[in-house]
Design a protein around this ligand. Structure first.
Ligand code: 2HA
Ligand code: ZN
Length: 272
C-alpha cells in the first residue's frame, strides 16, 4: 500500500487541514505526531526505506525503542501538509536505545522532523506508559484565546483548570484531570520537554505560557477535540473578561461534583 493511502496518513492530513482552518497554525506554527500501530507499519513496510543514518533525539525515550512515528516537518506549514505530506511530514523510526531516530519515509528535499520532537517523544513515552499504550497522538497548536489568557491569569494549574471548567459545562467531563501550565521557556529543546512531560504525567493538556498548547489523546479526533474544547472555553472566558471582568454567576464546586457523578469521571479534590 502507498503510504499516502493509509488511513492514519489521511487522518493526520485532515487534522492538519482542520487545525489550519481554525487559525491555530500561522506560518509554520504548531506540530503533530502519531505513534503508528504495528499492523499499520506492516501495511506500508514495503514503502519504508530503512536507513543507517541515525540522528540524536536530544532526550532519551527507551520505552519508544523500535516504534515508528508520523511527524510534521520543522519549518513546514500546516496549510501544506495535506497537499504534499511527503515533503511536509515524514515517518521516523526510533533506535533500540530510544536515543536516536532515522527517517524511513518522507521529509523530502532535506526536510527534518519538527523542532519540538523532544517534547513530542517524551510526551508519547509517558502517555504510552500511563495509558497502557492507548494514547497515540500528540498535538501542539497556537490558539489565540488560550495564548491571550496566559498574559492575564496566574500561571497556575489550579487557576487555569478552574477558570476553563467554569466557562463551559462539558469541560470537566472532557478534561477531568485538569490543565497543566508551563511558564515561559525557550521552545524547541530538552528543557521545555522535561517541564512539559512532568505536567503530562498528570494531565492531557499542557499550556505553554505566551506560546500555545500541547494536547494528548488516543486518536486524531479525540486529540483535536480536546484542543478545540480548551480553545473554545478560552474564547468564552476572553469574552466574559472583556465584557465585565468578572462573572455574575458561575458553575460551582458542587456542580463539578454532580457532573462527575453524572458522567462517571473523577474530579480531583484539589480543584474543588
Ligand atoms: O514552529 O510551534 O513551537 C513550530 C512551533 C514551535
Ligand atoms: Zn509552537
Amino acid at each position: 500500500m502507498k503510504v499516502t493511502d493509509a488511513e492514519f496518513v489521511k487522518a493526520f492530513c485532515k487534522m492538519c487541514k482542520n487545525g489550519n482552518a481554525f487559525g491555530w497554525h500561522e506560518r509554520n506554527g504548531g506540530n503533530l505526531s502519531y505513534r503508528i500501530r504495528e499492523d499499520e507499519v506492516e501495511h506500508i513496510k514495503a514503502q519504508l526505506h530503512e536507513s543507517d543514518v541515525w540522528k540524536e533525539i536530544g532526550v532519551s525515550v527507551p520505552r519508544l525503542a523500535g516504534e515508528y512515528f508520523l511527524v510534521t516537518g520543522s519549518g513546514k506549514f500546516f496549510a501544506n501538509v495535506s497537499d504534499n505530506p511527503e515533503e511536509n511530514a515524514g515517518i521516523i523510526k526510533i533506535d533500540e536505545k530510544g536515543e536516536k531516530y532515522s527517517v524511513v519515509w518522507g521529509f523530502l528535499n532535506g526536510a527534518r522532523p519538527t523542532s519540538e520532537l523532544p517534547t513530542h517523544l517524551m510526551n508519547h513515552e509517558v502517555k504510552k506508559i500511563y495509558t497502557d499504550g492507548r494514547y497515540r497522538v500528540i498535538y501542539h497548536a497556537h490558539p489565540a484565546n488560550l495564548i491571550a489568557l496566559t498574559f492575564v491569569l496566574p500561571l497556575e494549574d489550579k487557576v487555569f483548570t478552574r477558570e476553563l471548567w467554569e466557562t463551559m459545562t462539558e469541560c470537566p467531563v472532557i478534561f477531568p484531570k485538569g490543565v497543566g501550565v508551563v511558564k515561559w521557556m525557550v521552545p524547541g529543546g530538552r528543557e521545555i520537554a522535561l517541564a512539559t512531560v512532568e505536567k503530562m504525567k498528570e494531565y492531557d493538556v499542557t499550556v505553554w505560557a505566551h506560546h500555545g498548547l500541547f494536547a494528548a489523546g488516543e486518536d486524531f479526533d479525540m486529540t483535536f477535540g480536546l484542543m478545540h474544547t480548551v480553545e473554545k472555553a478560552s474564547e468564552v472566558l476572553v469574552k466574559i473578561m472583556s465584557m465585565t471582568g468578572k462573572r455574575r454567576q458561575s458553575i460551582t464546586s458542587d456542580d463539578f461534583k454532580s457532573l462527575g457523578d453524572a458522567f462517571g469521571v473523577v474530579i480531583p479534590e484539589k480543584f474543588l
